[in-house]
Ligand binder design. Structure first.
Ligand SMILES: Cc1cc2nc3c(=O)[nH]c(=O)nc-3n(C[C@H](O)[C@H](O)[C@H](O)COP(=O)(O)O)c2cc1C
Length: 222
């Protein structure tokens, strides 16, 4: 056994089946009300709620427990402006030149275009960075394991936590996103993973009328 391997008691409470049924149903109903919002009001969000949601994200599982994520919360209006400007340059290029007809067809039902006013209007942008390497005290780089899977899981925790707290989000992936690393001055060992726009919807917000695949379509029990 590895010398540094230590254990602590697992804090796990077995629930009766009726409680499990109620909890799973309630969580499903809560999460099925989550929708991606693209029209945000400028109403500020409580910082302590963001902090709790980020700690929830930080509790996600990760390859070799290397926790290969970093979250930058942007509330500063000037930096949000710069992010909007850089994102719209990339998005215009994407919509006008880079995106294939197939891609444009796939996103057509969402009604999105190259204009991203929410990057300025929403009170908080959470830039999620993926650490390709960790750097130890002596400056040596160590590769992370399964960073995409790990950061995807942490982001899922984050979206769920924000939704549970009564905040709306937009998962935004301007393509490419390198400008985020430059504007937010993150090290080259990190890669921008996505930008989570966070706040409250405007009063008359609408969302695309979409359908979810059924349980039968998305799962197989053997
Ligand atoms: C990885 C990922 C990237 C996304 N990128 C964008 C984006 O750049 N712009 C956007 O408007 N929506 C984006 N979305 C949101 C999806 O369009 C949205 O989740 C999907 O249409 C389902 O709608 P719902 O989230 O309301 O259930 C993204 C979602 C994911 C998971």
């Amino acid at each position: 056994m590895v010398e540094s391997y230590r254990t602590i008691p697992l804090n796990f409470r077995i629930q009766d089946e009726a409680s499990m049924q109620r909890a799973s149903q309630a969580f499903y109903e809560l999460m099925s009300r989550r929708r991606t919002v693209r029209e945000f009001s400028s109403r500020d969000v409580p910082e302590s709620v963001l902090e709790n949601a980020l700690m929830t994200a930080g509790a996600a599982p990760s390859g070799a427990n290397l926790q290969p994520w970093h979250f930058v919360v942007v509330k500063d209006a000037t930096i949000k402006d710069r992010i909007r400007e850089a994102a719209e340059i990339e998005e215009r290029e994407l919509y006008e030149n880079r995106a294939s007809e197939e891609w444009l067809g796939a996103i057509a039902p969402l009604g999105t275009d190259a204009n991203k006013p929410f990057l300025e209007e929403a009170p908080a942008l959470i830039a999620v960075f993926l650490k390709r390497f960790t750097v130890d005290e002596s400056g040596d780089r160590h590769k992370t394991y399964y960073p995409s899977e790990s950061v995807g899981l942490a982001t899922g925790f984050l979206i769920a936590a924000l939704h549970n707290a009564g905040l709306a989000t937009l998962t935004h992936t301007p393509s490419p996103m390198k400008f985020l690393r430059d504007i937010l001055e993150r090290p080259s060992t990190e890669r921008p993973f996505l930008l989570l726009v966070c706040g409250y919807p405007v009063d008359d917000a609408t969302v695309p009328d979409i359908e979810r695949h059924s349980l039968q379509e998305i799962s197989t029990f053997i």
